[in-house]
Design a binder for this molecule. Structure first.
Ligand SMILES: Nc1ncnc2c1ncn2[C@@H]1O[C@H](COP(=O)(O)OP(=O)(O)OP(=O)(O)O)[C@@H](O)[C@H]1O
Ligand SMILES: [Mg+2]
Length: 323
């Protein structure tokens, strides 16, 4: 397992390496072939390849020395449009010397955070230097970009990555890093990532570091500081089936090994009990018992004893229901 950020280490270097975003990638590749580029506007959620694809495009276009031909600015870091204008002026004034491409690329992240007035100023700057500089504006929402800028750019809308994309890329990285990634781990990482590849990779790395390279759902949830719904379901099932000792073992591991807060475990028990396939009146009785434990926890009772008492109630409920 290597140190350093895996999200950086496995960031695609070329457009050909991008995971999915196929339509976007093929449009961008055409620009590379033509050695020409319009101004670009990339919008979409976090961690789906916006920054990655403009960097990859630049590398494909200019070759390994691409850093000399691009400038990255973060609109929300710069103090005011005047400073941005100065930087752009300085960068854009010279044509891309020593490259067969006649323009440079200015990448402006979080462009949608600029005020309307600043965007109007930016638009004038874009026009002034069009011959020597192409702008790639990046943001989360196109609605926050003024119409005159939108109409001067080719707009690319990035979507969250699919379940299959996230899962297979995570598996690839895990195998390269010698991480034993179990199926439940893949599932938990995907669920938490919601299509954000950066988040998925970071989660894999943090989880792998936690338990010496083995990643299952429990590790993932503990890295997230969340209770695994699956473990809680398992604990409730054990209780309802009358296996008090085993149910308590699961409880102990959640409290002690995972270091989870009793309140969080209780909240998850509540959610799972409501989902159980049991008669309504049992849900009422168990909810009542959960409410009681919730109150006692706020009064400073011992969490393990309170939650064990709740498991005991589950055992009794299971017996009465004849499970
Ligand atoms: N389509 C993709 N294919 C492969 N890796 C990806 C892809 N999208 C994101 N990643 C991974 O996630 C990391 C973050 O991606 P990137 O910087 O492109 O996100 P972004 O869309 O610019 O997000 P933000 O809005 O937060 O800046 C990359 O370093 C890369 O490892
Ligand atoms: Mg980015």
């Amino acid at each position: 397992m290597s140190s350093g950020m895996w999200a950086e280490k496995y960031r695609p270097q070329s457009l050909d390496e991008m995971v999915n975003q196929t339509e976007i990638v093929s449009r961008l590749k055409r620009f590379v072939q033509e050695r020409n580029l319009p101004h670009l506007l990339f919008v979409g959620p976090a961690g789906v390849g916006k920054t990655t694809s403009i960097l990859a495009l630049a590398r494909d276009l200019y070759g390994p020395g691409y850093r000399n031909f691009i400038m990255e600015l973060n609109a929300s870091d710069e103090r005011g449009i005047d400073i941005i204008r100065e930087k752009v002026k300085f960068f854009a004034r010279t044509a891309a010397i020593a490259s067969e491409v006649s323009f440079k690329i200015l990448i402006m992240d979080e462009a949608d955070s600029l005020t309307t007035a600043a965007q109007h100023a930016l638009r004038r700057t874009m026009e002034m230097y069009t011959r020597t500089c192409r702008f790639c504006l990046i943001g989360n929402y196109s609605e926050n970009i003024i119409e005159p800028i939108q109409s001067r750019c080719s707009i690319f809308r990035f979507s969250p990555l699919s379940e299959e994309d996230i899962k297979s890329w995570i598996r690839t990285i895990a195998s390269k890093e010698n991480v034993r990634l179990l199926e439940e781990g893949v599932e938990a990482i995907y669920q938490a990532s919601k299509g954000d590849m950066r988040k998925a990779i970071n989660l894999l790395q943090a989880a792998a570091a936690t338990r010496g390279g083995e990643v299952d759902d429990v590790v993932v949830y503990s890295v997230l500081g969340r209770v695994s719904p699956k473990r809680v379901r398992e604990m409730i099932d054990l209780g309802l089936r009358g296996d008090f000792i085993e149910a308590r073992e699961v409880l102990r591991s959640l409290l002690v090994d995972e270091g989870l807060a009793a309140e969080d475990i209780l909240r998850m028990i509540y959610a799972e009990v409501l989902r159980l396939n049991i008669p309504e009146r049992w849900k009422v009785r168990l909810s009542d018992a959960i409410g009681e434990v919730d109150y006692r926890l706020t009064q400073g009772s011992r969490p393990e004893i309170q939650l064990s008492a709740l498991l005991a109630k589950l055992v009794l409920a299971g017996e009465e229901m004849g499970r």
